[in-house]
Ligand binder design. Structure first.
Ligand SMILES: NC(=O)c1ccc[n+]([C@@H]2O[C@H](COP(=O)([O-])OP(=O)(O)OC[C@H]3O[C@@H](n4cnc5c(N)ncnc54)[C@H](O)[C@@H]3O)[C@@H](O)[C@H]2O)c1
Length: 390
């Protein structure tokens, strides 16, 4: 890849007026000094143009559709072309948009789920490798400093061998049929053809990634029970999944295969964005909760409970580096996403993919997330039979 200079120029597809996550991506990227240089911000040309104008995009970089954006950006001289594109459109469009930018040699940041099918995910992964571009998938919860600390403590062996991980991702915003009341985000998320799956695709993928990021384990097989509570809804809104886990780095299989549980629910009335994880090992356990992200609880077996807090000097290098403010000055969702941007930007500047060296979720994480959703859907459709993650 040609080298790039900072500050990076970002393009964006999606994230127009009234969208949820696109504006959050712009805020996170701005924390890293990344500026929006071009976009096709909405699905209709008029709305895209108005959204871009509101953000001060020049007319010649404010594109009516993403195909025009790829074509015209790739022809621009290197010093003004976008360095990468962020894709924050509904799930059904991720693959074709990401694929077009990757094939044009433009680095990609794409929100989760990366694609809708394992076939698409494998093709995208192949294209990313061939083009030699970075592809970051914004599993932003791994960007929290205390999640990096938890990962460090597991890697250091403070828990001993991991026996069980329990991830709970419960939201209440879909407890009633808001999709029939004009709630735009709910409308496409409950359309099977656009979303791919319901709660399991929308938030279950975050749970899968958080589990993998902290424990280093991978989900080998699932036993899944999906439910749809809201009458008339066409996708699942509740998922209860038993997991059998495997350590990809282990030389021999563990005497007892580690276990896990994911509960992903979007009809948990009264809850907001309640993502939490507990990891239980031979020598102790860890607990972290997204709505209180600055605290990590460590419970060493037979010892006093430790409450670790963001920003303290006792934390690991990655956790300290991911922290922007002194302790007691709360950081949150936007900063965690900014940490994904920081790592992806480093990979882009270095001209390589490098999710492991630069510490961001890459195309393999995206692919694994899609395969996990597929395995859950297969298991649920087959009377919750244990099903391998392909
Ligand atoms: N990482 C996270 O925490 C997180 C949170 C929310 C959403 N997401 C993901 O982000 C994506 C967007 O979700 P959202 O809630 O912001 O949706 P949204 O409906 O609020 O916004 C989608 C935007 O994409 C635009 N769009 C649709 N088709 C387009 C096209 N062909 N070209 C250009 N723009 C197009 C829409 O006009 C809209 O502006 C989804 O894949 C979702 O899963 C991730």
């Amino acid at each position: 890849m040609e080298s790039v200079s900072q500050p990076l120029r970002m393009g964006m597809v999606g994230g127009g007026s009234g969208a949820f996550i696109g504006p959050v991506h712009r805020m996170a990227a701005a924390l890293e000094g990344i500026r929006l240089a071009a976009g096709c911000l909405s699905s209709t040309p008029d709305k895209a143009a108005a959204s871009g104008r509101e953000l001060g995009l020049p007319d010649d970089r404010n594109y009516p559709n993403w195909k025009a954006m790829v074509e015209r950006e790739r022809l621009r001289p290197r010093y003004e072309r976008i360095d990468f594109v962020t894709i924050v459109t509904p799930n059904d469009t991720h693959y074709q948009i990401a694929r077009a930018f990757v094939d044009a040699g433009i680095h990609v940041v794409v929100d989760k789920p990366m694609c809708r099918t394992g076939v698409e995910a494998a093709e995208l992964a192949g294209a990313v490798k061939k083009a030699g571009v970075a592809c970051a998938v914004t599993y932003n919860y791994g960007g929290y400093p205390m999640v990096k600390q938890a990962r460090h403590m597991v890697r250091q062996g403070l828990l001993g061998a991991v026996r069980k991980a329990v991830v709970r991702y419960h939201q209440g915003w879909l407890a009633s049929a808001v999709e029939k009341q004009g709630q735009k985000q709910a409308a496409w998320r409950t359309e099977p053809g656009r979303a791919g799956a319901g709660a399991i695709g929308d938030i279950g993928t975050h749970a899968e990634n958080l589990l993998a990021a902290i424990t280093g384990l991978r989900i080998a097989s699932v036993c899944a029970d999906l439910a749809t509570f809201v009458p008339g809804r066409r996708v699942d809104d509740d998922a209860s999944i038993l997991l059998r886990l495997a350590d990809p780095a282990a030389k021999a299989a563990a005497p007892v295969q580690p276990r896990g549980v994911i509960s992903a629910c979007q009809v948990a009335a009264g809850l907001e964005n309640d993502l939490s994880i507990e990891v239980f090992g031979e020598k102790g356990s860890l607990a972290w909760r997204q709505e209180e992200p600055e605290t990590l609880i460590h419970r060493p077996d037979g010892q006093p409970v430790q409450v670790l807090r963001r920003g303290q000097p006792c934390l690991c290098d990655a956790a300290r580096a991911a922290s922007r403010l002194p302790p007691g000055h709360p950081e949150g969702f936007i900063e965690a996403l900014a940490n994904v941007y920081r790592a992806a930007a480093r990979a882009i500047v270095a001209g390589a993919d490098g999710p492991l060296e630069h510490d961001y979720p890459g195309v393999e994480d995206g692919q694994r997330g899609v395969r996990f959703v597929e395995a859950v859907l297969r298991s649920a459709a087959d009377q919750s039979r244990w099903t391998a993650v392909g």
